[in-house]
Design a protein around this ligand. Structure first.
Ligand code: NDP
Ligand code: OXD
Length: 297
């Protein structure tokens, strides 16, 4: 059985679950669960009231111009997503500090060439986006003794962390060595990671992108690396996924590539949120993790 169907039925065996495209009667569908759906699918269910993303990101739904306006959008936020993404970022920070990628290359050619690690005290990590993921990343880094700042549209506080608001972006960047992007992709954040941003970072500058590929202007990253405006990057998300085989990122030693695995949704854990939202939608109550379609996140 499809793992999602299995997880949903395990949570509530009385539900009627069908897997697209084998849907018997379109008019019976009131709730859908999707990831990277093709256009012109969600508009074929006249009674669709709610569509849930399978993950935390909803850009695939917000950008679907064929999704009827009346349909509410929700997403899945579960502890394991936050746990994974914060572990991923901590690991990326440590790999950078301890030159892991260089030693992997050196081992291949049997070379013993120690490089001084970057001291923790010499680093400040700046996290863009202080939502469910960003907050978790900040907490994990702080627990491990890193100095961290945050930035978001509202600048809302995360514990005792110094957080900057939308119009204080430059101040935030100027205090940051390692820039972590955990923003949602919206019309405002598309292309936000550009050369101007990289140039404002302070020494030992490094980029970790776990948001979306379209946040990054790819040619600006290459230029920044070639001109030492940035020392390296760890990228989990890409404009085109899978990253095409001919893409220049593959051959760049300063770029670490992972195949969109920073946080993978566990169907069993996610099913609890999905089923709960389905039941809330039946009773007309407020939904969990409902997205503001106007804001795009
Ligand atoms: P949330 O909706 O909880 O938080 C979004 C944050 O971004 C908020 O702090 C918000 O600010 C801020 N923000 C939005 N627009 C802007 C803007 N224009 N300028 C500054 N700040 C802005 O999202 P999550 O934390 O749950 O998820 C963030 C993203 O992480 C997802 O959309 C997805 O793309 C990515 N992700 C990637 C995964 C992976 O495996 N690589 C896994 C999970 C998520 P404010 O608080 O002021 O509203
Ligand atoms: C998500 C993701 O948004 O995996 O959950 O990218």
């Amino acid at each position: 059985m499809n793992p999602w169907k299995e997880a949903i039925l395990e949570t509530d065996p009385d539900l009627d679950v069908e897997i697209w495209p084998r849907v018997e009667k379109n008019e019976r569908v009131t709730f859908a669960v999707v990831w990277n759906q093709p256009p012109n699918v969600l508009n074929s269910y006249p009674n669709l009231g709610v569509v849930s993303s399978l993950g935390a990101g909803v850009d695939h739904l917000i950008s679907d111009k064929t999704l009827p306006e009346k349909v509410k959008v929700t997403r899945v936020v579960i502890p394991s997503l936050k746990e994974q993404i914060s572990d991923y970022v901590l690991n990326a920070v440590m790999n950078y500090r301890f030159n892991t990628a260089t030693y992997v290359d050196q081992k291949r050619i049997g070379q013993w060439n120690p490089i001084d690690p970057i001291q923790k005290a010499d680093l400040t990590v700046g996290v863009m986006g202080l939502g469910e993921m960003g907050q978790s990343i900040i907490e994990r880094l702080q627990l491990n003794g890193y100095k961290v700042f945050g930035w978001s549209r509202s600048g809302s506080q995360v514990g005792n962390t110094v957080c900057y608001g939308g119009d204080q972006f430059d101040d935030f960047l100027r205090r940051t060595n390692i820039l972590v992007n955990a923003l949602p992709l919206t019309s405002e954040t598309n292309g936000i990671l550009d050369l101007e941003v990289f140039k404002k970072l302070t020494s030992h500058s490094y980029l970790i992108n776990v948001g979306r590929g379209a946040h990054l202007i790819e040619e600006d990253l290459i230029y920044a690396l070639d001109t030492d405006a940035l020392q390296g990057a760890c990228l989990d998300v890409f404009e085109e996924e899978p990253l095409p085989t001919h893409h220049s990122f593959w051959n760049r030693p300063k770029i670490m590539v992972t195949p969109h695995v920073a946080a993978i949704t566990d169907p069993k854990e996610a099913a609890k949120v999905i089923v709960e939202n389905y039941k809330l939608s039946l009773s007309g109550m407020s939904l969990m993790y409902e997205v503001d379609r106007g804001k795009g996140y």
